[in-house]
Design a protein around this ligand. Structure first.
Ligand code: 26R
Length: 822
């Protein structure tokens, strides 16, 4: 009997080939003679999407059961990266698709490379949200990610004459095959205006909000697949649109141009991601964005709950809402408003539900990144929320007074309002008061949260505070990005490690197997060759995979100290110049990362890297032993090329400043060794892989605090360290800037006069550590053993482990396996 497969679901090579051709014709409106790679990519993406829709709908339906608890991850950023390759892996159809594509005369990798990545995040925080969505799906935990569908994501970076230039990111230009618009899920969001007390029919005292304008939120859904399970969770991103019924009719009757104005205004709301990794003090549009997506999310959750339940009494059992930093923390006041004003709950009931629902993750201790909104702006935009926050604060401070009678100091620290000068709303305080749990993102960071920024809250509610160390998904960061290493690992220990990363430990038994080590090196060498080809292609710089690939990729920030790395490179260069026949371990130093457009110092660091590269790369004395490369436009896609090719991972932040880091995990999982400070998750990575397999240097957090307290003077280091002095002098002399002694002066002066991130204090220790790295790399057998042990012992840093901890200790959520019905 002949079975005919459905073109939309069948998985035989022949069916897949036909489905692609069909989509190319009927969706793209093209036939092979006039189709390019982009068209084929789209046809393929639709072919894959067809094959996940059943799972997606079954998943959605399963979550509508009242006993199912849904995790709602509220985040202003989701840096998901390209979907195609990941979906092929998670659906388990990579090989079939590769064959079908090949039989159509195409190359799968080329099609994968044409995908524009959705750059809907800045860096660590946004990428973490994406890893967590993937792990939630893989663990079959019901989840919805709520965020903003920015029309323009993080800018594209070009380098012109060594400087960063920002280009608008037009990721939606060619259409997005992964999203489905859900017009039926529209919600309305109020802004501005005033509030008004009134009595309802039963004589109850209530408040209503009479807004100045209303914006409509439209949901766009993207499926997030779990690895080899039926679960397909939803990433629901909101777009702002004009609201016809409100503005168009009431205010713009007959005024066509006025009506279009409102449309433009409303659509501005979700136009662009704020590219800053730092303060956006008083940027009203940012507060509008935050309130917009959070209100959309909460209204959506309420609607879901009311389809299966009479009332909202059990809202906190149906949903766990995680606040990804303070960006969505206005949600605390918004849920109170919805429960009290719209659904007529009493204050106490509403407050119980709210605290039960929310939990808050802190991602940074940098004081300048702690969000606070000027009360004037806040009150104008969200008058009702201001009233609610005052009432939350009044009741909270009453509790504080009971515990600390007469202690005004405590009251002013804990207050949700900063009224020492211009008044501000403190969003971290609001998030903490409104949540049942507060966590940091690595062991050290969580301790510092309790000791510094939220110290008084910790004293008041010690049981609220906890730690969940970050993790990354091994599907994207190993299987998708490093197939060669993944296959080698699987050839020895099977493929269970992909779902249970602790199983990597079974690799330990092979460290003394010379053939395995040889294969391990071959894999690394091949991946380095790929990156070398990419570098030559993009930048015309030739680098050799026989050199040590020393990599620092992350956002450019003074606290991350890319410039410390540069000082080290210049020092090495100086050594070669003074001693041309020096026994030198050849290195290729690779940088990548974007600077916030308004962050002058970060942009100058990029210029410095490129200027040093220009001089070093062409100096014949160097004889190719040292190369410096700045990879433009570092993003998820590029990260997938870079992490697998690294020998050495630079994690050199000032101790106490990097909350966790997640790049550090991606490197080590791909066999790079880490040179790092005692900071963030570095500490836990070192503990796991063993101190003998980790290059630690520099001052610890306490040392830095002591040094600062006793009076840190960078000049002492400058005058007492000849190598440091000649390195700085070389920069100041204009050697890297065609004789321009002024160009890098702001950077040099900042170091000499204040050095807020203690580069000079760590310089000597860093250089000595780098010498140990160079020595170790000479013994390739020994290096390979360390590399294998790094991978074998990194199981803890799977985001699956992080998500299990959140489920256990914070969300009280359980897996719900999805059965396929049709
Ligand atoms: C207020 C504002 C504009 C803003 C401040 C800071 C926006 C974005 C940020 C970025 C911060 C919160 C961030 O990305 N933090 C990073 O979070 C990662 C995931 O937890 C950590 O690994 C990383 O150490 C931390 O810097």
């Amino acid at each position: 009997q002949i079975q005919i497969e459905d073109d939309r679901t069948g998985l035989s090579i022949e069916t897949l080939r036909r489905a692609m051709a069909d989509n190319l014709f009927y969706i793209l409106g093209k036939y092979p003679a006039i189709a390019n790679n982009k068209d084929y990519y789209m046809a393929l993406a639709y072919t894959v999407r067809d094959r996940l829709l059943h799972r997606w709908l079954n998943t959605y339906e399963a979550y509508m059961k009242p006993e199912v608890k849904i995790v709602c991850y509220l985040s202003a950023e989701f840096l998901v990266g390209p979907h195609l390759a990941n979906n092929l892996i998670n659906l388990g159809i990579y090989d079939q698709i590769r064959q079908a594509v090949q039989e159509s005369g195409l190359n799968l990798q080329e099609l994968i490379n044409t995908e524009e990545e959705p750059g809907l995040g800045n860096g660590g925080l946004g990428r973490l949200a994406a890893c967590y969505m993937e792990s939630l799906a893989t663990l079959e935990v019901p989840a919805i990610g709520y965020g903003i569908r920015y029309e323009f994501g993080i800018f594209d970076q070009e380098i012109r004459e060594g400087w960063q230039v920002e280009i608008t990111d037009k990721w939606l230009q060619d259409g997005n095959p992964w999203e489905i618009i859900r017009p039926e899920s529209e919600v309305y969001i109020n802004f501005g205006g005033r509030t008004e007390p009134y009595q309802d029919d039963q004589g109850n005292y209530r408040v209503r909000w009479i807004p100045e304008y209303v914006v409509k939120g439209i949901a766009y859904d993207t499926p997030i697949l779990g690895y080899k399970v039926n679960t397909a969770n939803t990433l629901r991103l909101w777009k702002g649109e004009a609201c016809e019924s409100f503005n168009f009719q009431r205010f713009n009757v007959g005024d066509y141009y006025g009506a279009v104005d409102t449309k433009v205004y409303s659509e501005n709301l979700t136009k662009v991601l704020y590219p800053n990794d730092e303060p956006v003090q008083g940027k009203e549009l940012r507060l509008q964005q935050q309130y917009f997506f959070v209100s959309c999310a909460l209204q959506d959750m309420i609607r879901i709950h009311l389809t299966e339940s009479e009332n909202l009494d059990n809202f906190g059992d149906k949903f766990a809402a995680q606040l990804n930093d303070t960006h969505p923390s206005i949600g605390v006041a918004e849920l109170m408003r919805l429960l009290i004003d719209v659904h007529h709950y009493s204050w106490d009931q509403a407050w119980d539900i709210t605290q039960k629902t929310f939990a808050y993750t802190n991602h940074t201790l940098l004081p300048e990144a702690l969000e606070k909104w000027p009360l004037s702006i806040f009150g104008r935009l969200l008058p009702r929320h201001l009233e609610i926050i005052y009432e939350i604060n009044r009741r909270f401070l009453d509790q504080v007074r009971m515990k600390y009678p007469g202690n005004n100091e405590k009251l002013s620290c804990l207050s949700l309002i900063d009224d020492r000068g211009e008044k501000y709303i403190r969003m971290a305080n609001l998030a903490t008061v409104g949540s049942h749990k507060v966590n940091g993102v690595a062991a050290l960071h969580s301790e510092l949260v309790k000791k510094t920024i939220l110290r008084d809250f910790y004293e008041f509610w010690p049981e609220k505070f906890t730690n969940v160390t970050n993790g990354v998904t091994p599907r994207r960061w190993m299987v998708v990005s490093n197939p060669r290493l993944s296959e080698l690992i699987t050839s020895r220990i099977g493929d269970n490690w992909i779902k249970n990363l602790d199983e990597l430990r079974r690799l330990e038994q092979f460290v003394d197997d010379g053939h395995f080590r040889y294969q391990w090196r071959e894999v690394k060498w091949g991946v380095k060759q790929d990156l070398a080809n990419y570098i030559e292609d993009k930048l015309g710089i030739k680098v050799s995979p026989d050199t040590l690939f020393d990599v620092q990729v992350k956002r450019i920030h003074e606290y991350k100290r890319q410039h410390l790395n540069v000082l080290q490179i210049i020092t090495l260069y100086n050594r070669i110049k003074h001693n041309p026949n020096l026994d030198f371990t050849p290195r290729t130093c690779i940088f990548g990362g974007k600077a916030a457009p308004g962050y002058y110092m970060a942009k100058l660091i990029i210029k410095l890297i490129n200027s040093v590269a220009e001089v070093v790369n062409k100096d014949p004395d160097v004889r190719d032993r040292l190369k410096v490369v700045f990879l433009p436009d570092y993003n998820v896609t590029l990260g997938q090329r870079v992490y697998p090719a690294a020998d050495l991972s630079e994690q050199i932040s000032t101790a106490g400043k990097e909350a966790s880091g997640t790049g550090n995990m991606k490197f080590s999982l791909n066999g790079a060794l880490t040179i790092g400070t005692y900071d963030g998750a570095n500490i836990e990575i070192r503990q796991e892989v063993g101190e003998e397999n980790f290059f630690l240097f520099g001052l610890k957090t306490e040392d830095i605090d002591q040094l600062r307290a006793k009076g840190y003077n960078p000049w002492d280091y400058y005058y007492n360290n000849p190598e440091l002095k000649s390195t700085l002098d070389l920069i100041s002399s204009g050697f890297f800037s065609h004789g321009d002694c002024e160009l890098f002066r702001p950077l040099v002066d900042s170091l000499l006069h204040s050095d807020p991130f203690f580069l000079f204090a760590d310089y000597q220790s860093y250089l000595e550590c780098q010498d140990r790295v160079s020595q170790a790399y000479k013994d390739q057998e020994y290096w390979t053993k360390m590399s294998i042990l790094n991978v074998a012992r990194m199981g803890k840093f799977s985001s699956d482990r992080s998500i299990k901890e959140y489920c256990e200790n914070i969300w009280y959520a359980k897996p719900v396996p999805i059965e396929m019905k049709d």
